[in-house]
Design a protein around this ligand. Structure first.
Ligand SMILES: Nc1ncnc2c1ncn2[C@@H]1O[C@H](COP(=O)(O)OP(=O)(O)O)[C@@H](O)[C@H]1O
Ligand SMILES: [Mg+2]
Length: 254
């Protein structure tokens, strides 16, 4: 797929991305010519075997990592070549990121972690934002944990704090790397509903990496990565269809 001109229907896009880690004999090509867009107000799942480049793609799309070659945009702003300060401000205002490793600040309690995006932007949440944060805290079942620090929480609770933090400012664009990986099926479902609602009702654009076909079935669109390339791009699928596709892709790779 070639994306050459500005497309207002896309919240983020990348063109001909490659990313190589290391050099010489130990070089690993994590992305190998990826051109793809994340559509506005859609929930997109990104699937693929371990090591297929999912996390690398999300990091480059969110401006957390630079590609080796190729270009990336957030909305109409090209982020490849943008200076650190401009990039940081753009990301802070428009992008929420749920890291696979959570990235919570160990010295801050849960509430302070959730409010971190506001602190970094040098402002306090408005009354409306405060109400929104209270809603997130409730949906994610974190009410009784607000004064706890990350090390006092289970992996699943830490993951939910990371999700609340990513959604707190209601960013246009949310990237979530395996956001349900540590959750039991019930809280996993709550998180998936929250993400689906964020796109369908609030017009946010969501990209979620997952290897769970049930999780991916909540998305409007499923992208499959294999060996650093986009190998399929499908509209909403049932968990059964997604599983079948994954098995097929793994059989081809073998
Ligand atoms: N910082 C890094 N240094 C070296 N190799 C890396 C680094 N990050 C990822 N890789 C390699 O790049 C490939 C893609 O990794 P990643 O994007 O994390 O895949 P996924 O998220 O699909 O599991 C893998 O082979 C991985 O080992
Ligand atoms: Mg990963």
């Amino acid at each position: 797929m070639e994306i050459t001109s500005t497309d207002l229907g896309l919240a983020a896009r990348v063109q001909q991305l490659t990313k190589t880690y290391g050099a010489g004999d130990s070089a690993v090509r994590a992305l190998d010519g990826v051109s793809v867009g994340i559509r506005r107000a859609q929930f997109t799942a990104i699937m693929g075997p371990s090591g297929s480049g999912k996390s690398t793609l999300m990091h480059v799309m969110a401006g957390l990592d630079a590609p080796t070659t190729g270009r990336a945009w957030i909305g109409d702003t090209e982020i490849t070549g943008l200076g650190d300060l401009d990039l940081t401000i753009l990301r802070r205002r428009r992008v929420g990121f749920v890291f696979q490793s959570f990235n919570l600040v160990p010295t801050l309690d849960v509430m302070a972690n959730i409010l971190l995006p506001f602190d970094l932007d040098g402002r306090r949440p408005s009354a409306l934002e405060r109400a929104r944060i209270d809603g997130l805290v409730e949906t994610l079942g974190l009410q009784a944990r607000l004064r706890h620090r990350p090390h006092e929480l289970s992996g699943g609770q830490q993951q939910r704090v990371a999700i609340a933090r990513a959604l707190a400012t209601a960013p246009d664009l949310v990237f979530a790397d395996e956001p349900t990986g540590n959750l039991d099926s019930r809280s996993g479902r709550d998180v998936l509903r929250l993400l689906a609602e964020a796109s369908a009702q609030h017009g946010q654009s969501i990209a979620m990496v997952t290897h769970d076909p049930v999780a991916a079935s909540y998305a409007d669109r499923v992208l499959f990565l294999g060996d650093g390339r986009v190998v399929a791009d499908k509209p909403r699928q049932t968990p059964e269809q997604i599983s079948a596709h994954m098995l097929e892709a793994e059989a081809v790779a073998r």
